[in-house]
Design a protein around this ligand. Structure first.
Ligand code: 5GP
Length: 140
């Protein structure tokens, strides 16, 4: 059952600066940072600063500000990782695979023929995430 927005979620804590992240982009409305359990090198997340549980309860005005940032980061990630394509994913509710209940868009650079690692799989080394974040920032 959908229970609404709870600002104790991990991304709300990242937005409040209570836990660290490898930031790649920030503006007044949006934050983008590396996923700690990447499904491919360069996997990052774009989140609106305004809290909503997922797409269902998001303000359309917030969505309108978020998607251009997803596009910007998709282009940067493609360039930074010399990707053949970029996978965008967004899950709504546990049945669809959602594990963190603050709206977010996955941006995952893909190489032809290289399968994705499992969703929420292995924690990546911090130095690797830092280096990958720098690559994306350099491509912005
Ligand atoms: P969801 O299944 O909700 O779409 O995906 C949540 C994503 O958040 C997963 O890909 C997971 O690896 C990532 N994640 C979970 N906890 C943290 C965290 O503390 N920091 C970061 N940067 N990513 C996280």
């Amino acid at each position: 059952m959908t229970t609404g927005y709870d600002d104790n979620n991990i991304f709300a804590k990242i937005l409040r600066g209570e836990i660290p992240c490898h930031k790649v982009y920030e503006d007044d409305d949006t934050l983008a940072f590396m996923d700690v359990m990447p499904q491919a090198p360069g996997h990052l997340l774009v989140i609106p600063k305004t809290g909503s549980r997922n797409l269902f309860d998001a303000d359309p005005a917030v969505l309108a500000k978020t998607l251009p940032v997803v596009q910007k980061l998709a282009n940067a990630a493609k360039e930074a990782f010399d990707a053949d394509g970029v996978y965008i994913a967004q899950f709504n509710e546990p049945a669809a695979g959602q594990t963190v209940f603050h709206l977010h868009f996955h941006v995952v650079p893909r190489k032809e023929g290289i399968p994705l690692k499992p969703h929420s799989g292995t924690m990546e080394d911090g130095a690797v995430l830092a280096a990958n974040a720098q690559k994306v920032r350099d491509a912005l």
